[in-house]
Ligand binder design. Structure first.
Ligand code: 5CA
Length: 440
């Protein structure tokens, strides 16, 4: 992508409305724009990051055996009247009427709709286990939308829903998502800690929140420090192994971790002073097992091996991609801007032409730009006529992992400078060596 032809509206000044660093940096880099309170557009740079986050979430959901579909944002109130949540949900639910005066709503979550899809076609235990997910916009009319897309009213959610014949099978489905979440957050460059959680309006009695530690987090959390050293389950984890997944779950829940709602002062105090951590955190995922809470009122049953009808046991599993992007920034930035983990960086490298019009600089940059793109890399080419200082500041601000700097003197010698955004380390290489390094 040539910067001169891109749409990346960088702000020079710090926006006054932004209270936390991720919100400030997302506005400054032109990743997002607020359209009305708690409702955002994702501009091209932000959209690239969001797509990469979604791709990782999708890969790990698929690996764990979940199947993607797509449900609408607008739902009929009838479904919610069946489950009894239409009245319960309160003011967070945006209620709408269509031209026939039928009550509709903008979905805050999809338990009812997925249960309806399930009951309309699944009749036998032989179709189980089943886990269906989508990545779709939700709307919750939050009292206090704030911190940009961290807590917005319209937001993206990956929500998965599992269906099983028995409680034991449902716990295995729960463990699959638990492991998928550990892997997902790790690949996003984050260390998320699973904590026992309150189930709120979703319901159920077995639930974990996945929390990233950050000073600006909205949740108060208490946990054992040892989480930092726990191993992340490998890519070849056998998701069909009931005992294997249970042992991963047991390990990750063997030491104390809880949000303030579930906090047990005595249990926390029993941990040695140097071993415990009380901090603030950001909830990036939340998983629930709630048994027959929806299958019962909505009549979602299957025929079991005994020939009888059984209500299915369900769970739901949420991740917030539009919250994850700022959470990653909270965890990875410095005074000059964002430092993207390579897995979600909007571009793999930025090629900086320090003197457009200089023959050596232009041909060096063209060669790099073409070679890196042909190797499948996402490359931003700063071919603008901004001052060099501005270009460096922009490259640091947007946090692309590697900067490839082509100045007239180096270019004349067939060389470029590589700068690592995270460490600041610089090295001078021949153009060919630079291409080899960046495409290795
Ligand atoms: N139905 C269940 C799981 S599918 C559910 O709705 N769970 S939730 O309420 O905990 O939301 C799941 C995830 O969505 C949260 O962990 C969070 O990452 C994200 N999320 C929730 N509310 C917001 C919001 N207002 N802004 C941004 N992300 C949000």
């Amino acid at each position: 992508m040539r910067l001169s032809r891109y749409f990346m509206p960088i702000l020079k000044e710090n926006p006054k409305e932004a209270e936390i660093v991720s919100h400030r940096l997302m506005l400054r880099t032109g990743m997002i724009r607020q359209q009305s309170q708690g409702i955002y557009s994702w501009l091209p740079l932000g959209k690239r990051v969001l797509d990469k986050v979604n791709a990782i979430i999708r890969e790990e959901q698929n690996r764990a055996g979940a199947i993607e579909l797509s449900m609408p944002t607008l739902q009929s109130a009838e479904l919610w009247q069946e489950s009894g949540r239409y009245e319960d949900y309160g003011k967070e639910m945006l209620r709408i009427r269509d031209r026939q005066d039928r009550p509709m709503l903008y979905g805050p979550t999809n338990e009812e709709m997925i249960t309806d899809i399930f009951r309309s076609s699944v009749k036998s235990y032989k179709s189980l286990p089943l886990n269906l997910y989508h990545i779709q916009l939700k709307f919750r009319d939050e009292i206090r939308p704030r911190f940009g897309t961290m807590r917005s009213r319209e937001f993206l959610m990956k929500d998965a829903y599992s269906f099983d014949l028995t409680q034991a099978d449902a716990i295995h489905s729960y463990n699959k998502m638990f492991v998928a979440y550990l892997r997902t957050f790790d690949r996003l460059g984050l260390r998320a800690i699973p904590m026992r959680a309150d189930t709120g309006p979703i319901g159920g009695n077995h639930s974990h929140e996945f929390i990233i530690l950050a000073d600006t987090g909205e949740s108060e959390v208490y946990c054992h420090k040892s989480f930092v050293d726990f191993d992340i389950p490998a890519a070849d984890t056998d998701f069909d192994s009931v005992d294997g997944l249970q042992s991963i779950f047991d390990k990750w829940t063997s030491v104390y971790a809880a949000t303030s709602e579930m906090h047990d002062e005595a249990a926390f105090d029993a941990i040695g002073e140097n071993e415990r951590l009380s901090a603030r955190g950001i909830e990036v995922g939340h998983i629930f097992y709630f048994g027959t809470k929806y299958s019962e009122p909505m009549g979602a049953k299957v025929q079991g091996p005994d020939g009888k009808e059984h209500l299915v046991h369900m769970g739901s599993y949420g991740i917030g991609p539009t919250r994850l992007v700022p959470a990653i920034i909270e965890a990875s930035h410095d005074e000059n801007g964002i430092i993207w983990p390579a897995s979600v960086a909007p571009f793999d490298a930025v090629v900086i032409n320090m003197k457009p019009g200089d023959e050596g600089c232009d041909s060096t940059c063209d060669r790099l730009y073409v070679a890196l793109q042909n190797a499948g890399k996402d490359v931003l080419y700063d071919d603008t006529d901004d001052r060099a200082g501005t270009k460096f500041a922009t490259a640091d601000l947007i946090g692309v992992p590697t900067q490839v700097i082509a100045g007239p003197r180096a270019a004349a010698a067939g060389e470029v400078e590589l700068k690592d955004r995270k460490t600041g380390a610089r090295e001078t290489l021949t153009i060919e060596a630079a291409i080899n390094k960046l495409t290795a």
